[in-house]
Write a protein that binds this ligand. Structure first.
Ligand code: 4NP
Length: 150
């Protein structure tokens, strides 16, 4: 199972989701996790320092991640593509080939946590990153349960 988590910039939300999922699924050698952004403004950059410090508070080190934009091959190489919010989902659907559209879900919907998106903490304070971390930690636990059951 190959899972791609996607946000807009690939520096705030999806790096956290990637780090949390890697941690929760570290005992599953067949699960591969990566993240990407629908935009390319931050390609090559490490995650936002606020995401890095928030993750480190929970013992998760995301410092070696580097942002990249979603590419066409992602729709072939990944089995499950989890978008952070509705805009990310719609942007992915626009570029996905028809046979891959069924792979794309909002992460909170996939986790049975309702219809909201994961809020973008980029313009806010550190506290917003902690809220996003807690939300993603819950969602990723549900994702783990769903993946490990199938
Ligand atoms: P992310 O947050 O999508 O969670 O990585 C953002 C980071 C940067 C920008 C937007 C969202 N930006 O516009 O540069």
């Amino acid at each position: 199972m190959h899972i791609l988590v996607v946000c807009l910039g690939n520096i705030c939300r999806s790096p956290l989701a990637e780090g949390i999922l890697r941690d929760k699924l570290s005992d599953q050698p067949d699960v591969i996790i990566d993240s990407a952004g629908t935009g390319n403004w931050h390609a090559g950059e490490p995650p936002d320092r606020r995401s890095i410090s928030t993750a480190l508070e929970s013992g998760i080190d995301i410092r070696s991640q580097r942002a990249r934009q979603v590419v066409a091959a992602d729709f072939e190489n990944f089995d499950l593509i989890l978008a952070m919010d509705e805009q990310n989902r719609l942007d992915l659907l626009k570029i996905a080939p028809a046979h891959a559209k069924h792979k794309i879900h909002r992460i909170l919907e996939f986790a049975n946590m309702g219809n909201d998106g994961v809020p973008d903490p980029w313009f806010g304070e550190l506290e917003g990153f902690r809220d996003v971390y807690d939300l993603l930690d819950k969602a990723c636990e549900r994702v783990r349960e769903r993946i490990c059951r199938t």
